[in-house]
Design a protein around this ligand. Structure first.
Ligand code: PLP
Length: 282
C-alpha cells in the first residue's frame, strides 16, 4: 500500500488521519509543492524550495521547508519509485490545528505537513503527436496566483469545465489576456518567437516554465515575456502548456478551433525533445 508522510511519520495512506480543526481542512490555509523526480532524482528541487519559501513567507507560516527534501526522498524510496522514469512528490504545509477562527492561532501552533509520491505515466509519443485541446475560462482566482496555495477551487472549476466540454485542459483568461492553464503555464509561438506571460502576481512562476525558457535560449529560439491577448492566442502558430505533471504539452485546438493547421509545431517538438534529453540525463 502507498506510504504517505504525515507530521514526521511514514504510514500507510489508509491510516493517515487529519484532525477536523486543521486549518488546511477548514480554510485551505496552506501551500504546497509538487516536485518531479527522474529515476529517483529530484529535479530542480532548489527552485521548488525557493517557491515554497516565498509562499510560506507570504502567508506567514513559520516553517523551514528545507527539511522537505528528506521527506520527498524518503517518500520516493518507501514507495519503490527510485527506479521509475518519472515520479512526482507532493508536499503541503498548513498553518496547523486550532479551533476555527479566521485570524492566525495566537500563539502559533505547529504547521501540519503531509506528503505523498506517485509515478507519472508520460503519454506515448504517438499520443503526444496528436496534440491536445483546451477551452478558455474566465480567471476567477484571487490576485496572488503566484502563491502555490492549496486553495484551488477556481482551478478545480476550470478543469471541470474542460472535462464538461470533453477537452483536456483549461486556460485562464483575465481582462482579455490568456495567462496560464488550470495547472500549467502557457506558451505560444508567433513567427518563431516563443512567447509567455511575464512573471506577475497573476500567474504561478512555474519551475518548468523557467526550464523551458532556458531550453529555448540554448536552442537559439527567441523568447519574449509579454501579455498574450486571447485573439492573438487563437491566431498563434503553436501553443503549448508546461508544468511538472504536464511537461511540454502541445495544444492544437482551443475553444473548438484549430491552432494553425491543427498539428503539433516544430518549436514545441524541438523543446520537448530537448526537455526529454535533459531530464533523462542524455
Ligand atoms: C496554475 C499553475 N500554473 C503553472 C504550474 C506549473 O508549475 P511547475 O512548472 O512549477 O509545475 C502549475 C503547477 O502545478 C499550476 O498549478
Amino acid at each position: 500500500m502507498k506510504i504517505v508522510h504525515l507530521n514526521g511519520e511514514y504510514l500507510p495512506i489508509d491510516e493517515a488521519r487529519v484532525p477536523v480543526n486543521d486549518r488546511g481542512y477548514l480554510f485551505a490555509d496552506g501551500v504546497y509543492e509538487v516536485t518531479p523526480a527522474y529515476r529517483g532524482r529530484l529535479f530542480r528541487w532548489d527552485r521548488h524550495l525557493d517557491r515554497m519559501r516565498r509562499g510560506l513567507a507570504a502567508i506567514e507560516i513559520g516553517y523551514d521547508a528545507a527539511a522537505l527534501r528528506e521527506v520527498k526522498e524518503e517518500l520516493l524510496a518507501r514507495n519503490g519509485l527510485t527506479g521509475v522514469p518519472v515520479a512526482y512528490v507532493y508536499v503541503q504545509v498548513t498553518r496547523g490545528i486550532a479551533p476555527r477562527t479566521h485570524a492566525f492561532p495566537n500563539p502559533p501552533v505547529p504547521p501540519s505537513i503531509y506528503g505523498f509520491a506517485n509515478e507519472y505515466l508520460r503519454p506515448t509519443r504517438e499520443r503526444w503527436e496528436e496534440g491536445y485541446d483546451a477551452v478558455t475560462v474566465p480567471d476567477q482566482r484571487w490576485a496572488r496566483a503566484d502563491i502555490k496555495a492549496i486553495a484551488l477551487l477556481p482551478n478545480v472549476l476550470a478543469q471541470q469545465a474542460a472535462v464538461n466540454a470533453g477537452v483536456n485542459d483549461a486556460i485562464f483568461v483575465r481582462d482579455g489576456v490568456a495567462l496560464e492553464g488550470s495547472h500549467a503555464n502557457l506558451f505560444a509561438v508567433f513567427d518563431g518567437v516563443l512567447t509567455t506571460a511575464p512573471r506577475s502576481n497573476y500567474i504561478l512562476h512555474g519551475v518548468t516554465r523557467e526550464f523551458v525558457i532556458e531550453l529555448a535560449d540554448a536552442l537559439g529560439i527567441p523568447v519574449e515575456e509579454r501579455a498574450i491577448q486571447i485573439g492573438e492566442l487563437r491566431a498563434a502558430d503553436e501553443v503549448f502548456l508546461s508544468g511538472t505533471t504536464t511537461e511540454v504539452r502541445p495544444l492544437v485546438e482551443i475553444d473548438g478551433a484549430a491552432i494553425a493547421d491543427g498539428k503539433v509545431g516544430q518549436v514545441s517538438r524541438a523543446l520537448f525533445d530537448r526537455f526529454l534529453e535533459v531530464v533523462s540525463g542524455d
